[in-house]
Ligand binder design. Sequence first.
Ligand code: ADP
Ligand code: MG
Length: 651
Amino acid sequence: MAHEHHHQDHECCEHEHHHEHHHEDGSLKSQILKIAITVVLLIAAVIIEKKCNLATWQMLLIYLIPYLFIGFDTLKEAAEGLAHGEAFNEHFLMSIATIGALCIGFLPSAETQFPEAVFVMLFFQVGELFEGYAEGKSRESIAHLMDIRPDVAHVEREGETIDVNPEEVGVGETIIVKPGEKVPLDGVVIEGSTALNTVALTGESVPREISEGDEIISGCVNLSGLIKVRTTKNFGESTASKIIDLVENATENKSKSETFISKFARIYTPIVVFAAIALALLPPLFSGDFTGTFATWLYRALMFLVVSCPCALVISVPLTFFGGIGGASRKGILVKGANYMDVLAKVGTVVFDKTGTLTHGQFAVTAVHPEQCDEHHLLHLAAHVEHFSTHPIGAALRDAFPDEATDGCKVSEVEEIAGQGIRARVEDKIVCVGNTKMMDTVGAKWRDCDHFGTIIHVAIDGEYAGHIVINDRVKDDSAEAIKALKSLGVERTVMLTGDRKEVGEDVAKKLQLSEYHAELLPADKVQYLEKMLNQKTEGQYLAFVGDGINDAPVLARADVGIAMGGLGSDAAIEAADVVLMDDKPSKIALAIRIARRTLRIAKQNVWFAIGVKVLVLVLATLGVATMWMAVFADVGVTVLAVFNAMRALKA
Ligand code: ADP
Ligand code: MG
């Protein structure tokens, strides 16, 4: 059944985005009223038919009242569809079937089918009612995620605080966020401290403590204290609106099952219609008694038409995927399209990046071993070279030398070499900071270190200057994640890292990964991924999980790219197909479970609908089925399928 949304603009205009999705209660109520009135009219008609002895044409007139009352819209849609050359839409099918049922009584040796005709139209409307209701419900729960949409920003301008639409706030302005309010834009806290509720973004219910200097992202709810925030992004670039866009567009990427169903419907519907015509004409022609048997076969053919409506499939399958995406988003898993649900459900290999994905990506300096200068100078150089770096290692080295930002030392000619390190000019010296590969390229004679950890070597003008040992921690959640994947039958778990072999081995052992490869350049990672894509078994997919920092090529190459959302890392949200908002690798297993369940429900619906329809078609051909059964096969199945689809929403 085609869905139409009747909108009344009674919401206030700032919610423009929302309300194209809201199924109005008003239209639902008027639909119910219409159905109720039709029932009364139908009962009245049946009573009149029983009490008075009417001619067939008089009965037709009486039943035409409820028929036209409930069926007018459908008839109109059918006529319009026909005018546009779309003969096989459901309105057309229903119109032909019911008009046929109204006319059949005028044939010789035929029984009248007036109540049936009205009933088919009535049930058709009931089906549409349910569909509208279910759609509204799913929209609503996705709108729960849409709760992150902020309504107002209190911005400080010229010493005054004024309330404006968040879209009107620029970068670098100061906004005030009161307790209980949503954070409207991304920014940095410049005054006050508070706890944030991030549940709408991450599914994580434990509040996050933040204070001066911390970054804050839009969509969180400020729980306790009043804070002042300097905005770092405008509204369109802020996390909240990016996520909203993403979820709103998710349904545009159709799943394979959806595409299949709509193709199927396009072939199946005309086939049933032609079968109906054949059924009405051929048996009477061959029976030798055309006038005597035509009415019986016509009646059976009309049932074909009623059953042929592909509504249950066309509606319930997309609704199921929609529900699955909504359910996942409630858990902090953003799936960018229904097509990724298909892939997620059949993941057989999961490939992880190490830093920031399986580990926290927060390195701490554990040892400094200078060769020709002092510790202080080595840290000084490293911190300066990393001044512009977004890599977790860069942040660690800057933190280890807090004076870096203020000592006025000049850094220029910065060049970041992915998987190796950074080279820059500090004052008048060329300094390289990176791994042994980098030292080899500049010809510095590096020395190995017996400390455990990631070793960052430093060279000054090609001369080796020593190294800094840094260490990261494995996320508490990572071991859990690998275990959960294994229990779901995902056998191959692989880690790819640019880090040293020792570190890679240690992490792989701790987490019981089935495989690891270390000391890789970004290009090597792509190569390994290609190899694994070739090795995987037919019908199984490969997922790559990364933190979004210099993982874009691999994220794009994998069957499904999963990124750590890092509570608002733009790169991750853009590059990946699936974003985990709370950076927990264990959510991968959850995403797979949700996807599998969604697919299972969609399949149930398809088989249930096709099964019941085929059954009724067979019974109709044999002459055992009645029009009432045909209506149930169509609308009843639709309603049940819609209810089943709604289960996908409950993750
Ligand atoms: P991972 O695969 O663990 O995410 P990367 O590919 O980002 O690691 O980096 C691999 C290696 O390259 C690091 O272990 C480090 O030795 C070196 N490296 C990368 N970026 C930097 C940097 N900004 N500063 C110093 N060393 C770096
Ligand atoms: Mg990385």
